[in-house]
Each structure stands twice: as C-alpha cells, then as structure tokens.
Design a protein around this ligand. Structure first.
Ligand code: PLP
Length: 442
C-alpha cells in the first residue's frame, strides 16, 4: 500500500511486470500494439474494453504518468498531452462549442489569453475576461450559454492567489464546472479539487518535469461535476456517441467519475493529435519522482529571496504572497499552507525618467550571472524575465498597470541552487545597475 504523496509520486501506476522486470517504467517507443485477436480489437475500438490501441491516443509510459498525476491531484483520471497549451485547449473545447461561452480570469498566462481571445473567437466560442478577485464580476459575466469558468490557482508573474472555493461555488450555482490551471502551484502546494475545482490542467513543462528539458501537459478529471444533472447542456457526454456504437459516455464512465477524461482522449486527442511522446512521458515521470522535495526547496528559497529583496533600497515592491504585507497573504495561508510557489516578481525603483528606468532594467537583467534570461518558469535553474519586454510586450502602459505590471517589474523563477548564491547574484546585479553607481563610474 502506498498512499502518501511521496509514495504515489514514486510508485503509482507501475508494477514491474514485463518479461525484463524493469524496475523503472520503460519507454515504450512504439506506435502500435498487437491485438490478441480480432475480437479483442473490436472490443477495444468499441470502448467495451480498455487496452493499448495506437500511440496517438496513449502509450504505456504515458499511462503511468497519467495515473500518477491523477492520484497526486486527488482526481479520477488524467489525460496527458504534448504541452500545457494543448491541455488547456482540449479541455475548454470539450466543454464549449461554437455559440457557447466561457468566463475566464483576466490574469491568465498570455498564451492562454491568445488562445481564448483570438483562436476561440475564430471558432465562434466567446470568452469574457474578469478580474479573478471580483466575485460579482464572475457572477455578472455568466450567460445561459456559459459552459465553464477558468482561472489559474496562482498567477504568473504577479503571484495572485485565486479564491478557488468562492469561484467554484459561483460556477456550481450556474450549473457549470470550474477549470483550474494549477501549473505554478503543482499538486504538492495546492490541490484545487479539494476546494471545488472540477477539472485541473497543467503545463507539465514547468515544475512537474522540473528540469527545463521536456514539453508536456496534463488534464485531471477530478470526477466531481455532475454532467448528468442537466443532460441537455452536455450532449457530448450524455448523448449517443455515434463513432463508438452510440455509447453514452456519461452512462459508461460517469459512475467512475472518468467520463470527461474519456471524452478528451477518444475525441480531442484522437482528432487533433496533440500526443505526448513516450520519451517525454518518461522524462515527466522522472520529474514527478522528486516533485515534493523540489517544490519544498523552491518555495523555501523563494521566500528567503523575497524577504531579501523587500529590504533592498533599489526595490520598491515585492509581489510574493508569503510576505505578510502582500494583498494575497491571507489567501496564501488558506490555499498554500505548504509554501508559496517560487514564481514571483518585484519592481525595481523608478527614477520617473523612462529612458533611465529602461537602462536600469537592462543593466540589472544583463548583469545577472546565475539567473538565466529565458521565456520559461519552473526549471531547476533560477530564471529571470522582464514581462514588459517579453511576455507582455504587446501591452501599453495602461494595460500593463491593469495586469499589475510596471515597466520595471522583473519576474523571477527561483531554482534549486544554494539560496545564498541566488541572493548574492541578485545583490551584485542590483548594485551594478544602480543609477548612482553608474554615474560614479562615468
Ligand atoms: N499555463 C501556464 C500557467 C503557463 O505558464 C504556461 C506556459 O508558460 C502554459 C499554461 C502553457 O504551457 P506550455 O508552454 O507547456 O504549452
């Protein structure tokens, strides 16, 4: 019996049973699987029986990964795909079709905003964006055609903590599921399903993989939402599924809480093809095995770094909800009792002169040695980014302000290096970028 988080992350979903008896889940690098008989093939195609079919839908290494993530999130089933972006896309496509509507937090990751605002609009799916802290705005945005509410448990780069329970209650009162992107927190720091989320998505590219090597995404079906309560709303689950002999997914898989995962895999992964490769499944499994250890270290180091930064004269604000002065400190205490994620931002002091401030940001970022300047988070290495020039470069100053970002906001993703070395690097770059120092050197 292995039920604790650490035991699940190392052992769940794999029992050495191959003729070779490999103790680690092997990489099953194969596109197809030999059926035992034609009857066996018929049963698997008709969803009467589960079994390996074709690697676009799943491969055995991926299935171990899926079972492990589902257990870590406290869900009933998971569907792994090639990227976090694919995980978000197939989840929302499976819930809302053309003419229907989604309410989403305006604080979402920029790539998700592009998907919802631009590509979903092309496909006739409407999305309203609301401030995730404004509960009245969530309620007011709901329409008869709304099919999901969507937000991130902890946002990037400003580390705002979602009141998952309150937004879940609003979703359920409207008869729709709450989908939560838990990428930044991971199930070690928060399990949104325990607070009312019905579907949890991840970019596994970040902390789940954890080493900045492999793209991946995963959707967890918590199994809590009753799609059968209003069947007319969810024909994709409660009506006959013509392509598999008119099976009704809700009848076949609903009692096990896995109907939504079955829909994702049999339709959206099958039709659109965002498959996770066997090799990346293996890499993500390697990451999972140390998730708790890494997240605890990331979170502890990030808090130490945030405390250091808030005392620096060259820094005007540190956006870390582990600091008592932060607006989301209470929410963090409630939703993130094991620690606050290691992605947060801070503002360099401004002079009021845009050119001089820009020079300071460039000197600071370019002066860092241990931190790597990349468009990513959740690596073992410490990473830095400048949102106004990178992820949020298409926004003007007013839009940046709405997003809680200033031209001198710097995002950090604190890695697993020695905290003293991380702090020393920030200290030297702050000193080297100080405008007063610069003048002395001229
Ligand atoms: N969700 C969040 C919160 C992210 O930060 C990202 C990427 O940065 C994604 C989803 C998309 O994930 P991926 O880059 O794996 O497609």
């Amino acid at each position: 019996m292995s039920e604790g988080f650490a035991s699940i992350q190392v052992q769940r979903g794999y029992v050495p049973g191959t003729p070779q008896n490999a103790v680690a889940p092997p990489i099953y690098q194969t596109t197809a699987y030999e059926f035992a008989s034609l009857q066996d093939a018929e049963d698997i195609f008709a969803l009467r029986k589960t079994g390996n079919l074709y690697s676009r839908s799943a491969n055995p290494t991926q299935l171990v990964f899926e079972e492990r993530v589902a257990a870590l999130e406290g869900g009933r089933a998971a569907v792994a795909v090639a990227s976090g972006q694919a995980a978000v896309a197939i989840t929302l496509l499976a819930l809302a079709k053309s003419g229907e509507h989604i309410v989403a937090a305006q604080q979402l990751y920029g790539g998700t905003v592009d998907l919802l605002e631009d590509t979903f609009a092309d496909w006739g799916i409407e999305v309203s964006f609301v401030d995730q802290d404004d509960l009245d705005a969530w309620r007011a945005a709901i329409r008869p055609t709304t099919r999901a509410l969507f937000a991130e448990s902890v946002t990037n780069p400003t580390a705002q903590v979602l009141d998952v329970r309150a937004v879940a209650d609003i979703a359920h009162a409207a008869g729709v599921p709450l989908v939560v992107d838990n990428t930044v927190a991971t199930p070690y720091l928060q399990r949104p399903g325990e607070h009312g989320a019905d579907v949890v998505v991840h970019s596994a590219t970040k902390y789940i993989g954890g080493h900045g090597t492999s793209m991946g995404g995963v959707v967890v079906d918590i199994g809590s939402f009753d799609f059968g309560a209003e069947p007319a709303r969810w024909p994709q689950l409660t009506g006959p599924y013509a392509r598999v002999g008119d099976v009704v997914l809700w009848e076949r898989f609903g009692p096990q809480g896995q109907a939504f995962a079955a829909l994702l895999k049999s339709k959206y992964v099958h039709d659109l093809g965002p498959s996770l490769s066997p090799f990346n499944s293996f890499q993500l499994l390697q990451g999972l095995e140390t998730l708790d250890l890494r997240m605890a270290r990331h979170a502890a180091s990030a808090l130490t770094v945030a405390q250091f930064l808030q005392d620096q004269p060259g820094v005007t604000a540190v956006h870390h909800p582990g600091l008592p002065s932060n607006r989301w400190a209470d929410a963090a205490a409630r939703y993130l009792p094991r620690g606050v994620p290691a992605v947060f931002s801070f503002d360099l002091a401004v002079t009021g002169d845009a050119e001089s401030d820009r020079g300071r940001v460039h000197r600071f970022v370019d002066g860092l040695r241990l931190f790597k300047l990349v468009a990513n988070i959740g690596d073992a290495r410490s990473l830095v980014a400048h949102p106004a020039s990178m992820t949020h470069s298409h926004l003007d100053d007013a839009q940046l302000a709405d997003a809680g970002i200033s031209p001198t906001t710097v995002r950090l993703s604190i890695g697993l290096e020695d905290p003293a070395d991380i702090i020393a690097d920030l200290a030297q770059a702050l000193a080297a970028s100080d405008p007063a120092e610069g003048q002395e050197n001229e």
